[in-house]
Design a protein around this ligand. Sequence first.
Ligand SMILES: Cc1ncc(COP(=O)(O)O)c(C=O)c1O
Length: 430
Amino acid sequence: MSNSLWPDTAQVEGNSISLAGCDLGRLAVQYGTPLYVFDEKTIQQSFRAFRDGLDAYPGDSTIFYACKALLNTAIAQLLDREGAFFDVVSLNELLLLRHAGIDLRRMRLHGNGTPLNELYRAVNMGIGQIVLDNQAQIDAVATVADYVGRKQPVLIRLAPDITAGSHTHIQTGQKASKFGFNNARMAIKRVQAKPALQLQGLHAHLGSQIDDLTMLPQLIAFLHDTAASLDMPLQELCIGGGLAVATHPSGSTTDIAAYCKTVVTQMRQIFGSQLPHLSIEPGRSIVGRAGVALYKMVGCKTVDAHTSWLHLDGGMGDNIRPALYGARYHAAVVDRPRATPIHTYHLCGRYCESGDVLVKNMRLPAMQPGDVVAIPSAGAYTLSMASNYNGIGRPAVVLVRAGQHYLIQERETIADIIKRDRPLPENIRS
Ligand SMILES: Cc1ncc(COP(=O)(O)O)c(C=O)c1O
């Protein structure tokens, strides 16, 4: 068991793995599998590490939790309690947060293709900020803000032409990216010409799984120089999220304290005493390591002396990342984590796709149907990207805290799935 992949409260005692004093094998029996278990303390500690790190920033700073990494009511409430602001990509994420009791002024809306009705509702309800991504969006937000009689605070998202991130699908800072403006001058002029928009600053997000902190000075200098060269007053500067979180022993995790220290040092160096409001948007680094996915082994197929497929009862429907980005995960058997590995397995999902493989080449002890496997560091971009492929409901989610466990999201049922369907009208049925 590689500790850096597991939540802060994970412990191996005898023949069990526990999180916050809750035995994973017992949780699997009580709630069924697949099951996602989140450790409250790891989420809290990760958020606090950002807060503590930015305490050294002499100006104001705000941490926006990027809801795309994982969102449900309880997680939002937990982070609200810690003082988080929230970055949403759709009206539905906004409405979920509002349902969780979050103030609209603590939210910012992002996105390259946000439909007009969503922009209208967000502006009309009083969202804190909108991050403008493209020309059509500047015009659309200005029109709706004008219509509702509101001066909408906005940031402009730029593509700084810095390539970072481990896979092309998670790189967003390059000029050819679908996100953000390449022409800052044009975007700033266009926003400044709209009386219904209040331009507060510039924004950039380089991508995800970035473990190279040398990108940060480049990014901060780019945003500073852009504003300075165009005589734009920079009230706020946002550098996005993107810190790396290992999901496999070969991966790397960006240290949150080191990240904050680099950001603060660079901001001071580049801006001197004229420090703008600094905002960041971490997602994965807050919830990734806090989540452990539990699956039951259903069967096994031996292909040859080196290859055995171990069939699990979940897979790409709840974690698309291996298929989408080639993400690598790790696994342990919950009731014998320290047993000697004797065989190499490929842990595949139950979905009808050959690419549905969660973990490749995993050394495990001899496995039996019914064994429960835990995949650590599975909290980010798994449930938030989950689907109903093959008619399978999305997993239940449990939060653990000080020996207690709480169901925070029910397992999706067939009733949930068919709720949206309508029968073929009688007159065309036969
Ligand atoms: C604009 C923006 N901000 C923040 C994030 C969060 O990134 P991460 O979860 O890697 O920290 C993303 C992720 O895609 C993003 O697109």
